[in-house]
Design a protein around this ligand. Structure first.
Ligand code: UDP
Ligand code: MG
Length: 323
């Protein structure tokens, strides 16, 4: 049986050597399973790729996928999963926030018959109060909106069996929210609580802008509820307008005064304008996504595959250059 460990890396030169060390210690402790490592270099601008290449040259278990530019974490994970040949695949971050030792527990659960073992974070030390609060709020909001239940406080650190991997491969969508897609796939899933560690070195590669993008991907790919919200806002404002009309008529009939009302008029115009723009914006987000899908571009472009020989399981890249 083969276990593939997929590690997305973006500008991780400060941690990557330590990550390799920890993963190799971990792999020595695993009994009865072969292991392959698939590192996906997501267009790093630092020495990450050359460090990985050196290691791949000496260790046949290490394989490297080098993107032609930065495509983003979720796409990097996708490329790794595509190329993995294992009977099970583990996704793990390069910054050692997800402890490799927790994989032992995942393997146990997999051997006991589960198809997805996802790590839930019991604690997030070393992350700012802002990050923790936004993450917490996001997972709860997503769960309320989403059409499939997506487990709370769960990242991409997880083990997936071959049927789940094949299901992911069959999903062509561009806006990829991997943890939601795995929930959607079904099969037997179970949580494994673990303590999230501090980032070993370097900085988070998720600035606020990427976090917002990620959150809206999560919500929009798994829910049409924002569109219903637009409808609800429209109904709410119509109701307000109706109340205003009756109020004006009431005054006219019973007191013989017209409502005086530059202020009221302005408020109504601005309010309606605001609501309409928000609704157009929500529509626009979905249409933008449809547009992106309709272009049918490849999901990622691989500049080089190192250490794969002839055995790349599956690739969505137009260029497949083996080294
Ligand atoms: N990452 C990536 N591409 C990106 C951003 C991040 O491959 O565009 C990788 C990064 O190297 C790390 C993982 O995704 O292995 C998670 O990123 P990070 O630790 O910066 O996110 P955080 O833990 O702060 O949410
Ligand atoms: Mg991290």
């Amino acid at each position: 049986m083969l276990l593939s460990i997929v590690v997305p890396c973006y500008n991780e030169e400060a941690v990557i050597a330590e990550t390799l060390k920890r993963l190799s210690t971990f792999s020595r402790e695993v009994k009865g399973l072969d292991i392959e490592f698939i590192f996906v270099d997501d267009g790093s601008k630092d020495a990450t790729r050359s460090i990985l290449k050196q290691h791949a040259a000496h260790d046949h278990r290490i394989r490297l996928i080098g993107f032609s530019r930065n495509f983003g974490h979720q796409i990097a994970v996708t490329a790794g999963v595509d190329a993995a040949r294992g009977d099970a695949v583990v996704l793990i971050d390069a910054d050692l926030q997800d402890p490799p030792e927790a994989i032992h527990g995942m393997i146990e659960k997999w051997q006991a018959g589960f198809d997805v073992v996802y790590g839930t974070r019991t604690d997030r030390p070393g992350e700012s109060a802002f990050k923790r609060a936004t993450a917490k709020g996001f997972y709860r909001l997503l769960n309320r909106l989403s059409d499939v239940p997506i487990p709370l406080d769960t990242g991409d650190f997880r083990l997936m069996s071959r049927p789940v991997i094949d299901t992911l491969r069959a999903m062509p969508e561009r806006d990829r929210f991997v943890r939601g897609m795995v929930s959607w796939a079904g099969f037997k899933q179970i949580a494994l609580p673990y303590q999230r560690a501090k980032r070993f070195a370097g900085e988070s590669k998720y600035p606020l802008s990427k976090m917002i993008r990620f959150a809206s991907d999560g919500i929009m790919s798994f829910s049409a509820k924002p569109l219903q919200l637009a409808m609800a806002m429209g109904m709410g404002t119509s109701l307000l307008a109706l109340i205003g009309i009756f109020y004006a008529l009431f005054l006219r009939i019973f007191t013989n005064i017209w409502v005086e009302g530059w202020t009221a008029l302005m408020i109504a115009v601005l309010f309606l304008g605001g609501v309409q723009l928000i609704c157009v914006g929500i529509l626009g987000e979905y249409i933008g996504r449809i547009y992106k899908e309709s272009k049918q571009r490849p999901l990622y472009v691989v500049q080089e595959y190192c250490g794969f020989n002839d055995e790349i399981a599956f690739s969505r890249s137009p260029v497949v250059d083996r080294k």
